[in-house]
Ligand binder design. Structure first.
Ligand code: MTE
Length: 369
């Protein structure tokens, strides 16, 4: 199928105060304070794109399921909706480049989007279970990876390539992965992949392929450029010459957290102050504890943590800290239920493409006497 491309501008109904890192392709995150709700409104949900939105004719659009399957499928959206039970799941999506800006302060990362802490959002997704569709197609025994191909073509590669990704068959058939046509009880917006996108809960956003047109069962991970691009290279590697096998391919997200309130560089009265945020454990882990410090990490207080609706979402937390007069650094760090904790410094996790910065959340504030 060939698709025309259309500009990202004008089809993207986002709030006026989005922090737009790039207009074309559209790459934007909301102000962190907008992430206070359990579910993120559609106009606030971050957008991450590697090319222009494809122009898709919904009437002629088909999803192909092929490769190492017994019964290759070709499904219209209507057939997908009629033949498979609709599943709904609240799940958080997070870009692997979230918080790259803090890594850049330690050491520059040229040519990459300087994401702040809000390239993360949560939606209630509705669609068919990928496991149900793969069961109908009948996976052959050698099918150990499931590859997804989108309809958008990215100029990041030479020659240009459609965006793609793959996940192991074990994750693809685990039950939580959706082929979503709805987001927050509305039709999936163009900006988020209409008519159909993959949602891989607990994994980096790059594996949740938008504008999905093909699912291929295969014996190896996909050789699509973006599968290897989303990997952690060793600090000394040159990303321009690194090969696909040189990095650690990213999948499940590592435990991390953010401070939402007060805002960055806030001027506050000293004394008791409400501090709120969220933590996200990634994969099927949950957040076990969040520690918050009013003084750069000397004194630690345990925050009150909201109960997780399911393992696939962030968990909001809150506490009251007594802030000293003058300048101070609020710090938060989260632990997951495997006892993994966030590393202290961006320097520990710095990597040449600037992915997976899960170091402690830090926020500078000034308090009056
Ligand atoms: N799918 C396609 N087809 N093209 C893309 O550029 N970006 C990926 C993923 N799926 C992308 C894609 C990345 S890197 C992320 S973080 C998420 O989509 C972002 O999803 P969103 O724009 O709906 O927030």
């Amino acid at each position: 199928m060939e698709f025309e491309h259309r500009s990202n501008m004008g089809i993207c109904d986002k709030r006026a105060d989005m922090i737009v890192h790039q207009a074309e392709p559209y790459n934007a995150e909301p102000p962190p304070g907008a992430l206070v709700g359990q579910v993120t409104p559609l106009d606030t949900f971050y957008g991450r794109n590697h090319g222009p939105f494809p122009l898709i004719d919904k009437a002629s659009w088909r999803l192909r399921v092929d490769g190492l399957v017994e019964n290759p499928l070709e499904l219209s959206l209507d057939e997908l909706q009629r033949r498979f039970p609709e599943r709904n799941l609240v799940a958080t999506l997070q870009c692997a480049g979230n918080r790259r800006a803090d890594l850049m302060l330690f050491h520059d990362i040229p040519g990459q989007v300087p994401w702040g802490p809000a390239a993360i959002s949560t939606a209630c997704w509705g669609g068919a279970g990928l496991a149900d569709v793969l069961a109908e197609a009948g996976l052959q025994a050698q099918a150990t990876h499931i590859a997804f191909t989108g309809a958008d073509v990215s100029q990041d590669t030479d020659p240009p390539q459609p965006f793609g990704a793959s996940i192991p068959a074990a994750k693809a058939t685990a039950g939580e992965v959706l082929l979503a046509w709805a987001m927050n009880d509305q039709a999936l917006p163009t900006a988020h992949g209409a008519p159909l996108r993959v949602v891989v809960p607990g994994w980096i956003g790059a594996r949740s392929v938008k504008w999905l047109q093909r699912i291929t069962a295969q014996a190896e991970p996909t050789d699509n450029y973006f599968q290897a691009e989303y990997s952690i290279l060793p600090p000394e590697a040159d990303p321009r010459t690194a090969g696909p096998g040189d990095g650690i391919t990213l999948g499940p997200i590592a435990i991390h957290c953010a401070i939402l309130q007060p805002g960055k560089d806030a001027q506050l009265p000293s004394g008791p102050t409400k501090v709120t945020g969220f933590a996200f454990a990634g994969d099927d882990r949950t957040v076990a504890r969040v520690d918050v410090s009013p003084d750069g990490g000397n004194l630690w207080i345990h925050a009150d943590l909201d109960t997780a609706e399911n393992p696939w979402t962030w968990q909001h937390w809150h506490t009251t800290l007594t802030l000293p007069p003058g300048e101070t650094e609020l710090v938060a760090r989260a632990w997951d239920d495997t006892a993994a904790v966030q590393p202290e410094s961006p320097a520990t996790v710095w990597n040449p493409r600037g992915y997976a910065n899960n170091s402690w959340a830090r926020l500078h504030v000034t308090c009056s006497h």
